[in-house]
Design a protein around this ligand. Structure first.
Ligand SMILES: NC(=O)c1ccc[n+]([C@@H]2O[C@H](COP(=O)([O-])OP(=O)(O)OC[C@H]3O[C@@H](n4cnc5c(N)ncnc54)[C@H](O)[C@@H]3O)[C@@H](O)[C@H]2O)c1
Length: 268
């Protein structure tokens, strides 16, 4: 039986990486984004629209089996924009899931929902589901999204996996990424685990690879069957040419890195 998975924000960095890796002969990927997508595979459908437009969201959600909600603002922005896109937009997705009987949502949360947790407080491995400590309006919106997810799980029984994503890019964006990186292949593994039967219920997990320098726990990910296979250490020589690896460095000490010092509400 063919299943349909909606990916919001499919035109973005993660959407571009994930689309070829999530393709299956028995799966249709329905892509939704405010931005245009032209390179469609035969197994893909595309609906252009904004998560702030409830009619467009209804068209996107109707008939799908699961939602991978990546769409929205992915860094710090004004309070008004963050509320409209990341909070109202995420509520629109959950609301449409209930209306259209979708039972699984994978929500792209962020390390910035918990950015003020420190390495010193972590006992070496910070649990995946530590309480929110957002490091800006963006991180706050991700914590709000996790709380919305909890509401829709408890009230309507929607199965949700909240992914506290570290740095999901082709390669670590900087030296902090030696701890926080999640490779494209591991990102796809995490999404597949999140869509599987072992991820029924409500979960909050870290989204990182099996990095030697990681201090965010993989235990919660293991409970849904996520087994990362990549390790950022292959980039260590390159990144540590200019930086010492020390938790005296606030960028490494705090889960949210440089976001903790970025002016609130100021676009990056
Ligand atoms: N990449 C990472 O390392 C990382 C880390 C933590 C969290 N995340 C989260 O994962 C998700 C994907 O990240 P990314 O790196 O691909 O970000 P991105 O900014 O590259 O992509 C976001 C996509 O959302 C779309 N979008 C923006 N506003 C929209 C709207 N109103 N309606 C519909 N679509 C809209 C954009 O056009 C874009 O294609 C985001 O929610 C981000 O906050 C990513």
């Amino acid at each position: 039986m063919t299943t349909t998975v909606l990916i919001t924000g499919a035109a973005g960095n993660m959407g571009r990486m994930l689309r070829p890796l999530l393709r299956r002969s028995d799966r249709t990927l329905r892509l939704f984004d405010i931005a245009g997508i032209t390179d469609l595979d035969p197994t893909e459908e595309y609906i252009q629209g904004s998560v702030t437009d409830r009619a467009a969201v209804a068209r996107a959600v109707e008939g799908v089996d699961a939602i991978v909600h990546l769409g929205g603002l992915s860094t710090e922005d004004s309070w008004e924009n963050i509320l409209a896109v990341n909070v109202d937009g995420t509520q629109a997705i959950f609301d449409a899931a209930v209306t259209h009987g979708v039972t699984r949502v994978v929500y792209a949360s962020s390390n910035h929902a918990v950015g003020f947790w420190t390495h010193d407080e972590s006992d070496g491995m910070l649990a995946g589901d530590v309480a929110p400590r957002p490091d800006g309006f963006y991180g706050w919106s991700k914590a709000a999204g996790e709380a919305l997810a909890r509401l829709y799980h408890d009230r309507f029984g929607i199965d949700v996996v909240n992914l506290r994503i570290g740095s999901s890019f082709d390669r670590p964006p900087n030296y902090r990424g030696l701890a926080s990186w999640m490779s494209p292949a591991d990102t796809a593994r995490l999404i597949e685990a999140s869509l599987s039967d072992s991820a029924k219920g409500f979960h909050i997990v870290w989204g990182i690879s099996a990095n030697t320098r990681a201090w965010w726990s993989g235990a919660e990910g293991e409970t849904i069957g996520y087994v990362p296979q990549d390790n950022s250490e292959i980039f260590a020589d390159e990144f540590l040419r200019d930086h010492e690896w020390t938790f005296d460095d606030p960028i490494l000490q705090r889960a949210g890195g440089a976001f903790c010092d970025h002016p609130l509400g100021q676009r990056m």
